[in-house]
Design a protein around this ligand. Structure first.
Ligand SMILES: [Zn+2]
Length: 213
């Protein structure tokens, strides 16, 4: 069984997730750590649980989700894995980071490119990649099929959806990702989003004004 530990970091209130299981192997998804106290928070968690970091993954590469890539990759000697179509989005961060006040952001060079269907392993558990573009062109979600849990990034939020006004965003594509990729997972599937509280597919089908049925 995989445990999900959420953290909320940086001025965008971005959710970083650490997924870990019985052997101690863990994945760090969308590390939004920027300030030293944020870096300390995840290091302390990993050390206190005696976790063994194995994976560093991004759902997509907007600045709030990649601020801590370089720190986490260096600290735990992890290769960064990003969705293959997100490379231009990652590269673009350098062009706007100063304007947004993130002067000390350092780009981390990705070594692994994630494709739809890719499966990642933690101990005896695994989760797979679902391609969910629209908020950004290469966005992916990670699905723990056995546990009916989706790490959803900025696609579907509790009673809201990801913005589509950033470069590469597209509203119709986002709605299609939600309705054709996430909704079929099932009403009882829990979604842990990139911002805000967790939700379920069933709840969003009923109450989300953008996509309710
Ligand atoms: Zn985003």
């Amino acid at each position: 069984m995989i445990h999900i530990q959420p953290f909320t970091f940086n001025p965008f209130s971005e959710n970083t997730y650490i997924l870990y299981e019985e052997t101690g192997e863990c994945a760090i998804i969308d590390p939004g750590v920027y300030e030293p106290f944020e870096e300390k928070e995840i290091v302390d968690f990993i050390q206190s649980k005696k976790l063994i970091p194995k994976l560093l993954l991004n759902t997509h590469c907007h600045i709030d989700h990649v601020l801590g890539n370089s720190f986490v990759s260096g600290k735990f000697k992890l290769a960064l894995a990003i969705p293959e179509l997100e490379l231009p989005v990652l590269k673009a961060v350098n062009s706007y980071k100063n304007e947004w006040g993130f002067f000390k952001y350092k780009e981390c060079t990705p070594q692994i490119f994630i494709k739809e269907g890719d499966v990642f392993h933690l101990g005896k558990n695994n989760f797979k990649t679902i391609f969910t573009p629209g908020h950004s062109p290469g966005h992916v979600a990670f699905y723990l099929e056995n546990q009916k849990i989706c790490i959803g990034g900025d696609v579907l939020f509790r009673e809201s959806i990801g913005r589509t006004d950033l470069p590469g965003g597209d509203y119709d594509t986002l709605i299609s990702s939600i309705k054709n990729k996430l909704f079929p997972l099932g009403d009882d599937v829990k979604v842990f989003p990139g911002h805000g509280p967790e939700t379920t597919i069933g709840y969003e089908k009923k109450f989300n004004p953008f996509v309710k049925e």
